[in-house]
Design a protein around this ligand. Structure first.
Ligand code: ATP
Ligand code: MG
Length: 457
């Protein structure tokens, strides 16, 4: 069957290197197909540019593929996958795979295989991921009616969803992740099969769970994905500590995490995603006590950078509930102290999180929103003045302190710099060499006078 009426499935959308690989395989007698997510994305016009994302499948074994191309890397040879390197591009080529369970004759009523391609498609998770397209002949193989589901925006398991989820607990997690990425819904039978599969989902490694959650949180339809996570019962498996809280707290966390976090102007796409992932993850965990949030992050085995950011934003003394903007009072100096304690980089993240949190405060919403808005305005005003906020920004460095006060110990230098920062946060105009040197000498003299005592700490 050719591909009528799908203007998006055009050979021109396929990188030349990939077409070259398909042609070489086909000419050698191994008809080759683009399979899986790439066909789905082409149909949706979600462009892929990297040839490495175009999965090619054929009957050819890794050895046969190796014989056909000059450079082949045995990337996943156990699973029949090799990487062909052609003209600088890398293309993944996989041998058709079937699932034993489907060919052992115990389920004859279900699937009849026409060739190995059909078996390969039958083992795939969702119908929209189970299509194959040969761009050279423009032929589409769609035995599970993935194209119709794509049109109806449905994520539907291939075959019996209960069996498919029992085989692999990663599938329900992928399903809700696709909801967030594509804005689709779960087909009813597929959705209803998830609660019965939770024990299998619990067997998935924490890293994989975190990876799927991470991707769900940055999808363009993250709110839908988060709602599905909760509605299907997957939440307790993904974030048990959150799910164990009283329902109102859980709902609050999910609502905050579902807010459309504003994009930061000019940020590159990857940074943007990183920022959004951090904010949503922190929002999910901000209702936990600090130690619990920390534990949750450890248990999820989040990558280091993300873990550090989430812990900083969601727990400890900077937590949303512990130190809200209402406590950030104390005038301009108080605002600067807050900025110094959270850091210039992180301040906008706190504000974004607090704004999102403020919008879900029930009867206190209006008050809270205006509090946060006022605090954000104060922060913006302070930042415009470019005040020094860290020891590194002081007009005097550690070396100068040592020159000024011969005999000072390393520990005392640290103490001196912290004292100067305090002064400067109180009054930024004090950040000159002359003023700070004067302050330093007074401090040192007082200290000398107190010698033997604790000094001025
Ligand atoms: P993305 O690349 O955005 O994750 P994808 O659909 O390409 O989406 P991959 O993980 O790259 O996902 O997998 C490629 C294809 O392999 C999928 O489209 C699907 O057909 C199949 N697949 C992946 N994981 C599973 C699984 N757990 N069970 C069954 N089939 C799977
Ligand atoms: Mg993929």
């Amino acid at each position: 069957m050719a591909t009528p009426g799908n203007p998006r499935l055009r050979p021109a959308a396929v990188p030349p290197a990939v077409l070259g690989v398909l042609r070489r395989l086909t000419e050698a007698g191994h008809r080759a197909w683009l399979v899986g997510g790439v066909v789905r994305d082409l149909m949706l016009d979600r462009t892929r540019h990297d040839p490495g994302e175009f999965d090619v499948a054929s009957k050819a074994t890794p050895t046969e593929v190796q014989a056909l191309f000059r450079k082949v890397i045995p990337t996943g040879i156990d699973h029949g996958t090799v990487t062909v390197v052609e003209g600088g591009a890398r293309v993944e080529v996989t041998t058709f795979r079937g699932e034993e369970a489907y060919v052992d004759g115990r389920r004859p009523s279900r699937v009849t295989f026409h060739d190995d391609l059909e078996a390969d498609l039958a083992r795939r998770d969702f119908t929209v991921n189970a299509m194959a397209w040969d761009p050279l002949e423009d032929e589409l193989r769609d035995p599970h009616r993935g194209r119709a589901d794509l049109t109806r925006k449905l994520i539907r398991a291939v075959g019996d969803p209960r069996e498919r989820f029992a085989e692999d607990g990663l599938r329900p997690l992928r399903g809700v992740r696709f909801i967030s990425q594509l804005g689709f819904r779960l087909a009813p039978r597929t959705r209803d099969a998830i609660p019965g599969a939770l024990q299998v989902v619990a067997l998935v490694s924490r890293e994989r769970v975190a990876e799927e959650l991470s991707r769900l949180l940055v999808g363009p339809h993250a709110a839908q994905g988060i709602a599905a996570l909760s509605a299907t019962g997957l939440l307790p498996v993904v974030l048990p500590r959150l799910a164990a809280l009283p329902p109102a707290r859980v709902r609050h966390a999910l609502a905050v995490a579902s807010e459309p976090f504003p994009t930061s102007r000019g940020a590159a796409q990857e940074d943007e995603r990183e920022r959004c992932r951090l904010l949503r993850m922190a929002a999910l965990l901000h209702v936990l006590p600090p130690e619990e949030a920390m534990q949750a992050v450890v248990e999820l085995r989040l990558p280091n950078r993300l873990a550090t950011g989430v812990v900083a934003l969601s727990g400890g003394r900077c937590g949303l509930d512990e130190e809200g903007p209402s406590q950030g009072n104390g005038g301009p100096a108080g605002t600067r102290r807050w900025l110094a304690s959270v850091g210039r980089e992180r301040a906008p993240l706190f504000l974004a999180l607090w704004k999102a949190d403020a919008r879900h405060q029930g009867a206190r919403t209006a008050t809270r929103v205006s509090e946060v808005r006022r605090f954000a305005a104060r922060v913006a005003a302070e930042l415009r003045g470019g005040p020094p906020l860290s020891v590194a920004e002081l007009a005097l460095g550690g070396k100068e302190v040592m020159e000024l006060l011969p005999g000072i110990s390393g520990r005392e230098v640290g103490e001196a710099l912290r004292l100067l920062l305090e002064e400067v946060l109180e009054s930024p105009s004090a950040n000159t060499k002359a003023r700070l040197s004067g302050r330093l000498r007074t401090w040192w003299e007082t200290r000398a006078a107190d010698r033997g005592g604790t000094g001025k700490g």
